[in-house]
Design a protein. Structure first.
Length: 234
């Protein structure tokens, strides 16, 4: 009977204008083209992106669900501000989920998974050396996706994906800090070494230590930002 029914598959061959505009806006926020607290004026965005107001509104609504945009009564959409408490909570969630995923990956991953993880780390190192920070963010997300799936933590990865925009916003800030490239690669290699050795506890500890390190960097940078804003208002 199923052979006689028409296919419900939607054919897609190109990226939609909305998707392109969404990616442009997301990258603009991550790369600080739009600063935290800055108003996002629809008319200006229409001109900058070359799209309709309908598309801009859809994009802003989506970015709001990702935590990158806030809608302020009587003011409209603004770039969401980064605050230390929210950042600390995100890193706490990351430590729990990534530690668990690293432990599971050490228990279940095969050589193909570890080879992919090693390849991603090598590419991340090259991207750091080239100061290609957007590429670092993308490859880091891919590394963690492979680690979660390698440990069979598929639902956990779905949870992480709901936070990925905010995770990458924090990552955009921390990877630009002094010597972070060398440190990050070393920390990720420690995770991989433990996974290869099938040492689940060491893999978990290496993953949580990696998150703790970057959480400290983010807290310091956010504190500096608060101080700079306070000085500018004097």
């Amino acid at each position: 009977m199923s052979d006689t029914l028409p296919s419900l598959k939607v054919e897609r061959h190109t990226t939609t204008l909305r998707e392109l505009a969404l990616e442009k806006m997301r990258m603009a926020i991550l790369d600080a083209h739009f600063r935290p607290g800055e108003r996002l004026v629809e008319r200006s965005l229409c001109e900058e992106l070359g799209v309709s107001r309908t598309v801009v509104r859809e994009v802003l609504r989506h970015l709001e669900t990702e935590g990158l945009v806030d809608s302020i009564p009587n003011q409209g959409p603004i770039v969401a501000r980064l605050d230390a408490d929210t950042a600390a909570e995100i890193y706490e969630i990351r430590a729990l989920l990534e530690g668990d995923a690293a432990m599971a990956c050490a228990q279940h991953a095969d050589e193909a998974v570890t080879a992919r993880l090693a390849g991603y780390i090598a590419q991340i190192q090259q991207a750091f050396e080239a100061h290609a920070h957007q590429t670092v963010r993308e490859l880091t997300t891919t590394f963690y996706e492979a680690m979660f799936h390698g440990g069979g933590k598929n639902v956990s990865w779905e949870i992480v994906q709901t936070l990925n925009a905010r995770i990458n916003r924090l990552r955009a800030m921390t990877i630009a800090s002094d010597d972070r490239g060398r440190q990050a690669v070393q920390e990720m290699n420690r995770i991989l070494d433990a996974i290869r050795a099938r040492d689940a506890r060491r893999a978990r500890d290496a993953a949580t230590a990696h998150v703790a390190r970057v959480a400290d960097i983010a807290a310091r940078l956010l504190q500096q930002t608060v101080g700079e804003v306070a000085v500018s208002r004097q």
